[in-house]
Write a protein that binds this ligand. Sequence first.
Ligand SMILES: [Zn+2]
Length: 333
Amino acid sequence: MAEVVDLGILGNPPVLSGYLVRSGGSAAIVDAGSASVADEYVSRARGILGGARLEYVLITHVHLDHAGGTARVLELEPGARAAVYSRGARHLVDPSRLLEVSRGSLGPLLDAWGGIRPVDPGRLVVLEDGDELRIGDSRMRLIATPGHASHSSAWYLVDEGVLFTGDSAGMLIVGEGGFAWPAAPPSFRMDQFLESLSRLESLNPRMVCISHYGCTRRAREYFEGTRRIHLEVDRALGEVCGSGAREDGEVLEALLEALGMDDIPRDHYLDMELVVSVKGLPGYARCSRNRAPRTDDPLVPGCSFLAPRDLHLAHSSRAIGVGPWAAVGPIAA
Ligand SMILES: [Zn+2]
């Protein structure tokens, strides 16, 4: 039986939650994080590895907040390999286009995250939908989850029923008054997202761990909640855009008001991210008229949150109503 450890939120401002899976002397971490948090991630993982060997870095998708640190993690852990869905693999080996697209859309965030370096193809394990790896005595299955991006996947610890969703099942911004929010950057596809979400839901997992941020045992409520949030934000966005809002700031204010969320903690970065993370919703189409259109380029990022620095990490979510979230420490799976 595996043990799952929530390593807590990496980076300040936060980049993503780190997770360690340990079973029968072997271990894996979920995603590598951005290059800027890779060292912190490995050091936290080492702190609780015990005698276990870190064998895998399980990449959920190749956006820079999840995979930018892959080369660095593999450098620090010479015995480890990165496991990745085939659709993202080539971008890890040759990240030039990924970097170029990210530079265009992330701007200063790219420097904060530290970019991405090529990964030696010999250190990659390339998987297809449904393929499994062994971590000690446990089976870890890759599940293709197009929607957030075409290269999105989730990892499922089969016998323990723990699902690591990456960005394929939305986000929860933690802290006092935490809230759920879509993970729908410009390359998002709503039809595929809903299909992937239903597929994940049908696994009936005992626990769901999302990249932004935290784990919950109330999987059914989480799935229902995140589906509802995507649909509600989409509908509200359509109304806001239909009534003439165009500029990002204006769209965000009207959207939060329409959703009854105008009292959430805010800062400049969070505002930027809130807008970027809904630009792939169909409802944004009317806002984007006369502006840069949505894109089908799967490499366009825009999912990760720079939540306000002063948010207390008392995991909660009023929007979905699940929690309390797992605190840092072992979770018996
Ligand atoms: Zn992300």
